[in-house]
Write a protein that binds this ligand. Structure first.
Ligand SMILES: [Zn+2]
Length: 245
């Protein structure tokens, strides 16, 4: 079920039965020579909607923009400052909490979001603990891939998976958006591994084509299909465990 495609009466009826909701969150940032700018939010969204269909739970509109300052050296990338992202996450959670939602499961596509999103969760908890505002909500952030998906990724790509513009996310994207599959020469085949980075100019200097440690020319839509089905299984299990905690 997609929140965006419900009426308010349908949401009210849902809240009479359940209080959990899934929120996909990602980024708008370069993903190397054959990866799409929307990879991180489109992958998170696809897996979230798969879980929503499987379990009959609500999926909120995707928070597409994330904390991507280090990718601004590449055309098309856009970022929220950490402080902005924190406020967006806090306000969305507190808005939905007004209506009775209590469990917020964020399915994430982008590592750069972790610090800000978890800080936003603490902001929500702190406001309630201090008696300022808020409802007794619980929030969790999970990458779209769980243990089964990690094992599948390791079997498919080994060390070539990498850390950014990874084989698995490019494959999942190719499965979800076959009309937008790209090919591009990549040299070297395996991108330089991460030794860390600072701002956007520093990132661009260290990782000239945008990839970190990956060889996404290995990606395929068939791999993407396997990854999608496995990820939905992983996330359905993780969401149900979260509801029970
Ligand atoms: Zn990504």
């Amino acid at each position: 079920m997609q929140l965006a495609l419900c009426t308010w009466q349908e949401v009210e009826e849902y809240l009479g039965r359940r209080t959990g909701i899934i929120i996909p969150i990602g980024s708008v940032e370069q993903h190397g020579p054959n990866g799409l700018i929307g990879t991180d939010h489109l992958t998170a969204e696809a897996v979230a909607q798969g879980v929503g269909e499987r379990l009959g739970c609500l999926v909120a509109p995707t928070l597409a923009y994330g904390m991507s300052q280090h990718h601004l050296g590449f055309a098309g990338s856009a970022t929220l400052k950490p402080s902005t992202l924190m406020l967006v996450v806090r306000d969305v959670v507190q808005s939905l909490a007004v209506h009775g939602f209590r469990r917020f499961f964020f399915i994430n596509g982008h590592g750069g979001n972790i610090a800000s999103v978890t800080a936003a969760f603490d902001e929500v908890y702190a406001m309630r603990s201090l008696g300022e505002a808020g409802q007794p909500v619980r929030c969790r952030l999970s990458f779209w891939f769980g243990p089964r998906t990690r094992a599948l990724t390791a079997a498919l790509y080994g060390e070539s998976e990498g850390g950014h513009a990874t084989c698995s996310e490019v494959s999942l994207m190719q499965y979800c958006r076959p009309q937008a599959i790209k090919t591009a020469p990549m040299s070297p085949h395996l991108a330089p591994a991460s030794g860390g980075f600072f701002d956007a100019a520093d990132y661009r200097a260290r990782f000239p084509d945008g990839r970190i440690g990956s060889a996404p020319s290995l990606a395929s839509p068939e791999h993407g299909r396997q990854l999608y089905e496995t990820a939905v299984e992983d996330m359905a299990e993780a969401y149900q465990a979260f509801l029970a905690c």
